[in-house]
Design a protein around this ligand. Structure first.
Ligand code: FE2
Length: 304
């Protein structure tokens, strides 16, 4: 009795910390790159914000740039049937031009190829030149510093949250983001994946923003997010981890400890896997292993 009571009070404490954290902003602020003090303060608050005129795409990388430079590169994409497919980049782009629904999600191979056209200095400065142990694992052992996302109209993805933070550089097209922060007991699908939390979409409580080329979005670790678009969009994502003090904050620690103790292997597997998003697009395996209810949730999100 005492145990269940104290568990319940721990859960409600975690929920109210989450509510305070989410409630500390009512909209995602857009700050001009020249306002460096404001950017530093927003980063310190650990809530999402947009940087305008960030100037972080100096080589104007876009769809035609990647088509010209890397036509023969093999990529793993999600095809219109929501299955993973390995094809050449020029073939993928030709299908997209014909209006077919394809997607690249967190492509670290293309991210590595594009590394030399981007710099991390700007983000390092915002981060106060912090280097974390998880950065070391992500950037040096797993080679996952940059990842490319390419979406086409109608693509859907699950509302999810993960251990790493990201700076998103929007390269081409406009993409709408839905952001939310939740306590552990507000998350419906904690264990559907071996890593990442998944949750139902609740547009009424989400912060919404549309990212345009030239803008950068800061998305802190464990903020829930999903995107949609009605055009072809391309973005480059700088992946990193926050200092440990962030993961011990009252609003964050229940999520972090849940992952740490309940699925350390899933997290480590993700950190070190060749692909950044293992399991996404693994529709055939899920159809064999998931329940009807889980499958209907995954189906609504293109199994990704
Ligand atoms: Fe994500």
């Amino acid at each position: 009795m005492t145990t269940s009571l104290s568990l319940a009070s721990a859960e409600s404490a975690s929920t109210s910390a989450a509510q305070r954290h989410r409630g500390s902003i009512s909209a995602v602020p857009a700050i001009d790159a020249s306002q460096t003090d404001e950017i530093a303060a927003a980063f310190e608050r650990k809530t999402p914000f947009i940087i305008e005129n960030a100037g972080q795409n100096p080589h104007n990388v876009d769809m035609s740039f990647i088509e010209e430079r890397f036509p023969d590169l093999q990529v793993t994409c999600f095809n219109p049937e929501s299955n993973s497919e390995h094809i050449q980049l020029d073939d993928l782009l030709a299908r997209i031009k014909r209006g077919e629904k394809y997607r690249l999600r967190a492509d670290v191979f293309l991210g590595r190829r594009l590394d030399r056209f981007f710099k991390t200095d700007y983000f390092d400065r915002i981060r106060g030149y912090a280097r974390t142990l998880m950065d070391l694992i992500l950037h040096f052992f797993a080679g996952k510093k940059w990842a490319i996302f390419l979406s086409t109209p109608e693509c859907k993805m699950s509302n999810h949250a993960h251990i790493n933070s990201v700076f998103v550089i929007q390269l081409e097209g406009r993409k709408t983001w839905h952001l939310d922060f939740r306590g552990l007991d507000e998350i419906e699908h904690k264990d559907l994946y071996p890593y990442d939390f998944l949750a139902e979409k609740e547009p009424n409580r989400e912060l919404e923003l549309t990212l345009e080329p030239g803008q950068v979005l800061y998305l802190p670790a464990y903020w829930f997010h999903y995107t949609d678009t009605d055009e072809v969009t391309l973005s480059m994502h700088y992946l990193f981890a926050e200092p440990m003090s962030y993961y011990f904050r009252p609003a964050i620690r229940s999520l972090f400890f849940y992952e740490l103790f309940k699925r350390p292997l899933g997290m480590m597997k993700l950190a070190l896997a060749r692909n950044n998003e293992i399991g996404f697009g693994d529709k055939r395996k899920w159809q064999r292993t998931k329940t009807e209810a889980q499958l209907s949730f995954l189906m609504q999100n293109d199994y990704s």
